[in-house]
Ligand binder design. Structure first.
Ligand code: SF4
Ligand code: SF4
Length: 420
């Protein structure tokens, strides 16, 4: 199977061994984990096995696989065309040397990581894709998609950068319609009203299950570690949607019961931290593992691998195709990525979320060279200060050189925080 996908087998073995070791060290050593995490452990153990086989089988049956890197790609239209969407990894240091054979070094590690997986032929998800869909969000991504197009069929959606103007609405709605056409052409399937309604229901159910898990983390003690909750969010991007929803609802049942019984994983006398900022694509577990190694739980993620993905649902107001597409527009234009200007909505959301999850403080993650999240930290910090919530900004990459330095900063930060 790996050969057919055109993988570099030697490098792929090195990647799998590193992943297994890192996962075992970080996840399997945690105490008092919810039993429902067993499913997610299984998914990771089969990340380059069973799931890839499922995708390959779909391809053999004539179905298409679509890769994406950003929340702005409307997955409802992918599923409505009977294709499957996978979020492509960009969270590993492993693939960066391959990327740097082509790209400049001083760009965001997330972008280098996903590009390196393609250039180095080490990601079976990337190599399963019939098309990858990019977006004009940050400069790094939109320019790299131009280069990526030399390696794989790439389609780019134009995202307006000013929100809530008539022009931006018209542009984004027309992009959604073009993407619908693109999916129809690629798959040969016309997207009908009923299939789109069913796809909207499918993705809404998935997001509702994720929100249920997230809501349980408002309790003290938190019923699940931040590391495990992060993993659930990361797995959501490539697992089979129906199975993921079922297993995430089962996990939510267990966590709700834990809360009713007062069972948790953390020490309730410790402060609680919220995470905010750049996304942590799988297998980026760096900041969560550092923070939780100090005994302080992470209770929420204001991030694309977190609340920004599952908070809002597509909610059509009518039954026509136009109403369905408008509802998709409405949901997606609400994503408050730092690439937008002005982006006050995100600043308000961060403060509201810190209150909702009883966070004692916020750790703000900036991936190196990510200007949008880095500069937006100024406004977020100011708003959090006004709300009485301290913030620690951490700028980092995927390397391990700064781990101890970050741990020391997190310890000093949490020492001055009160438990909520
Ligand atoms: S941070 Fe912005 S550009 Fe990155 S995945 Fe999220 S929405 Fe897309
Ligand atoms: S983390 Fe920042 S620089 Fe990197 S892809 Fe996302 S928005 Fe772009």
């Amino acid at each position: 199977m790996w050969k057919d996908l055109g993988l570099n087998l030697e490098k792929h073995d090195v990647l799998l061994n590193a992943l297994a070791k890192g996962y075992g060290d970080l996840f399997m050593t945690q105490k008092n984990r919810p039993a429902g995490m067993g499913y997610f452990d299984f998914v990771i153990s089969e990340v380059h096995g069973l799931r890839i086989k499922e995708l390959v089988d779909r391809k053999k049956a004539g179905k298409k696989i679509i890769g994406a890197f950003c929340l702005y790609v409307p997955e409802e239209l992918v599923y409505a065309a009977d294709a499957t969407m996978v979020g492509l990894c960009g969270g590993a240091d492993f693939s960066i040397p391959d990327a740097e054979t082509v790209l400049p070094r001083n760009i965001c590690p997330l972008v280098k990581s996903f590009f390196g997986f393609k250039v180095g032929a080490t990601c079976p998800y990337f190599n399963s894709c019939d098309m990858v869909v990019g977006e004009t969000t940050c400069d790094a991504k939109k320019k790299v998609y131009e280069v990526l197009a030399d390696y794989t069929p790439t389609y780019v959606m134009e995202i307006p950068h000013k929100v809530d103007t008539e022009q931006s609405k018209a542009l984004w709605l027309s992009e959604i319609k073009l993407f619908k056409q693109q999916m129809e052409t690629l798959t040969g399937n016309v997207i009908e009203k009923d299939s789109l309604k069913e796809a909207i229901r499918l993705i809404n159910e998935k997001k509702k299950a994720m929100k249920r898990v997230s809501d349980t983390r408002k309790a003290s003690p938190t019923p699940i570690s931040g590391l495990d909750a992060l993993l659930v969010n990361q797995v959501s991007f490539y697992d089979d949607v129906n199975r993921f929803t079922l297993k995430t609802n089962e996990l939510a049942d267990e966590l709700e019961k834990r809360n009713a019984d007062g069972v948790g994983v953390g020490d309730p006398s410790k402060p609680r931290l919220m995470f905010s900022g750049c996304p942590m694509a799988i297998p980026n577990w760096k900041l969560h593992s550092i923070i939780e190694s100090t005994g302080v739980p992470v209770v929420a993620e204001e991030s694309c691998i977190g609340s920004r993905y599952f908070t809002d649902l597509v909610e059509p107001k009518g039954d026509s195709m136009d109403s369905l597409l408008e509802a998709i527009w409405d949901r997606y234009h609400n994503i408050s990525c730092a690439c937008f200007t002005p982006n006050d909505d995100r600043v308000t959301k961060v403060v509201d979320m810190a209150r909702e999850y009883n966070a004692s403080g916020v750790v703000y993650n900036v991936l190196q060279y990510c200007h949008t999240y880095n500069i937006e930290a100024i406004k977020v910090d100011k708003a959090l200060k006004a709300a009485g919530v301290p913030m620690l900004k951490v700028e980092t990459d995927y390397g391990s050189e700064d781990v101890e330095q970050i741990r020391t900063r997190v310890e000093a930060f949490t020492e001055m925080l009160r438990p909520v």
